[in-house]
Design a protein around this ligand. Structure first.
Ligand code: G6P
Length: 608
């Protein structure tokens, strides 16, 4: 969490820093600040609240300078407040911005207090500023001071550092938290992700774990964890910068929901030829890895975890090999059994989720191989996995994940096909599945036409405090995802159950105040599901059903039905997601919540 940005240039950088922070605000938004070197001093401006509060303060009492660092915070140590906002400083000589967690900060803090340093905040970050200052005061160069400070830090961090005696340089370091360097002409930048810097450059250098970088206007020098100078390659950003703009949409989330037909095309692009999957899409080592795979272990968090649960249904039914799915924060802290021939699949929009990354690092030596399905090129998960499949969904800004989820599902279906080739998926079946996938863009486009109907339905939820979501089979994880979306952005308590579990508990909650949302495509589970719906009606529960073409589910008093077009069974989990996303969106808009940046949440959870 938290976003950092920094710049060294010949021009004024405060505007670049503020725009960078606005673009990083999805990572955290409880306070923001910046520090600029100007005329022999480091000046700092900080505000509690969103980046706009900082921008307003900057308009009133502008900071000037051609060297600066900035930060938007998601509190971990110390409550959100101006005094805990970054940058943190040591004796007005060193300023530091930090993303991550310093685990041993309490010990370091005691040591620094004993050495005469005063602490102005409750954060773990402040120790970094004092450690660097102490080294500089005892004669170290700034670079060595940062290196020595780093060697004392336990935990995860990305750092940006400026120092009063060096108006020409910006230092950066990373271990475990993301940091990219933006390469300009006669100016250089750092940021937590590329999006922050797209207005000023499209060329990026990714730092490896343990790297330290020194940026001046005309040079970027990098040293690796052993202190050896290294070259890190520069690559161009792959998406147009327009994809990080809201355009005519009221919220990023709505824009991202509407982008899904196009995203379905881009996740399949270059990976399918005629009626066949191109296995090269997974990279050169993929074939031999898939050949030897005997079971799959999927690990992920949040929405990505729900995509993993869908894949379990697909892999076990189509490939016929076992597939386990677990949330990363559980998986990493228990002694897991990984039978021989296990392929570990990590799923992550950002590629930087701390628990998912830790799970990968913990077990990668004990599995056959690792596949990352991810949306951010160059992210840690991508770089540390054996093979990768990018979801190509383009930048996702809304904190509640939408297009990243449906693109993960398509990527997982492609993975199912790749695994199935060795394990009995016939080429006719592969051809049928690919023909089905190709219908997705048009199908999702048709579903978007249901938006006005869904918006109308949403009014029934605005005054409710609870909701229950039901699904069966591969639609059960879609119910989970629907409930997660609703609680994330509308703050309505929502739970999802496999409909068959209804009578084992949740039925006790059903009354007229508990809307029950059901995903009920016309598949072979429909009769069972209808019986479950009767149980709800019999208790006075109000039903909101997303149904297929089967006419036996009819709208009547207490039953609202939105009918989806006929579709191949395989596409149901992907297609039925979209109306649930729209439902949550409209409920949140009616409730007036902050749709793109819901309270207490962050897009990229880079701390435990
Ligand atoms: C956070 C986000 C979710 C996301 C989850 C996992 O909780 O708010 O939208 O699903 O992290 O993130 P990842 O980037 O690993 O998919």
């Amino acid at each position: 969490m938290c976003g950092i940005v920094g710049a060294v240039a010949a021009r004024q950088v405060s505007g670049i820093l503020l725009e960078g922070l606005r673009r990083l605000e999805y990572r955290g938004y409880d306070s923001a600040g910046m520090a600029l070197w100007d005329n022999g001093e480091i000046h700092r401006l900080r505000r509690a609240g969103k980046v706009q509060a900082l921008a307003d303060a900057q308009a009133e009492q502008p900071l000037n300078g051609t060297l600066g660092i900035a930060h938007t915070r998601w509190a971990t140590h110390g409550r959100p407040s101006e005094r805990n906002a970054h940058p943190h400083m040591s004796a007005n000589r060193v300023a530091v911005v930090h993303n991550g967690i310093i685990e041993n900060f309490e010990l370091l803090r005691e040591e620094l207090i004993a050495a005469g340093y005063n602490f102005d905040s409750d954060t773990d970050t402040e120790v970094v500023a004092h450690l660097i200052d102490r080294e500089v005061q005892s004669g170290a160069t700034l670079l060595d001071a940062l290196r020595k400070a780093m060697s004392r830090l336990e935990g995860a961090f990305a750092l940006g550092v400026i120092q009063i005696d060096h108006p020409d340089r910006l230092l950066a370091a990373r271990k475990g938290s993301p940091l990219v360097i933006g390469v300009g002409i006669g100016e250089h930048f750092i940021a937590s992700d590329q999006l922050a810097l797209l207005p000023v450059t499209d060329r990026f250098m990714f730092l490896e774990d343990g790297d330290i970088a020194r940026l001046t206007v005309d040079q970027v020098e990098v040293w690796d964890r052993d202190g050896q100078p290294v070259e890190r390659s520069v690559s161009r950003f792959e998406h147009g910068s327009g994809s990080a703009e809201k355009g005519n949409f009221k919220h990023f989330m709505l824009k991202e929901i509407y982008e899904q037909p196009a995203v379905m095309r881009s996740v399949m692009e270059g990976r399918i030829s005629g009626e066949r999957l191109l296995e090269q899409a997974f990279g050169n080592d993929a074939c031999s890895l898939f050949d030897r795979t005997r079971q799959v272990q999927i690990v992920a968090c949040g929405t990505s975890y729900h995509a993993g649960v869908v894949a379990k249904y697909w892999i076990e039914s189509l490939v016929g090999i076992p597939c386990m799915v677990e949330v990363a924060s559980e998986f990493r802290y228990r002694p897991v059994v990984l039978p021989e021939g296990t392929l570990l699949i990590t799923l992550s929009q950002s590629g930087e989720t701390a628990d998912t990354l830790a799970a990968l690092r913990d077990v990668r030596e004990r599995v056959l191989g690792t596949l990352a399905i991810c949306n951010v090129p160059g992210s840690s998960l991508v770089r540390e996995s054996d093979i990768t499949l990018m979801t190509n969904a383009g930048p996702e800004i809304g904190v509640a994940s939408t297009k990243a989820f449906t693109s993960q599902l398509v990527a997982l279906m492609l993975t199912t096909l790749a695994l199935g080739r060795r394990n009995g998926i016939l080429s006719e079946t592969e051809a049928q599945i690919i023909a089905a996938l190709k219908q997705l863009p048009d199908l999702l486009q048709q579903l978007l036409a249901l938006d006005p109907e869904i918006e109308q339905m949403s009014s029934a939820f605005a005054e409710k405090h609870h909701a229950l979501f039901l699904g069966r089979g591969a639609l059960y994880p879609i119910a989970l995802e629907g409930a997660l979306k609703l609680k994330e952005i509308s703050y309505i308590h929502a739970e999802a159950y496999p409909a068959g579990e209804l009578k084992h508990g949740p039925l006790a909650l059903v009354d007229k105040d508990m809307p029950v949302v059901t995903v009920a495509p016309s598949n072979d589970m429909l009769d069972k599901l209808k019986a479950n719906l009767q149980e709800v009606r019999a208790r006075g529960g109000e039903l909101f059903v997303f149904a297929g073409q089967d006419q036996s589910i009819k709208p009547e008093a207490g039953v609202s039905v939105i009918r989806l077009p006929a579709m191949p069974v395989l596409l149901e989990p992907i297609a039925y997601t979209l109306p649930l996303q729209l439902l949550s969106y409209h409920v949140a808009v009616l409730k007036g919540t902050d749709v793109d940046q819901p309270r207490n949440l962050a897009k990229s959870v880079t701390v435990e």
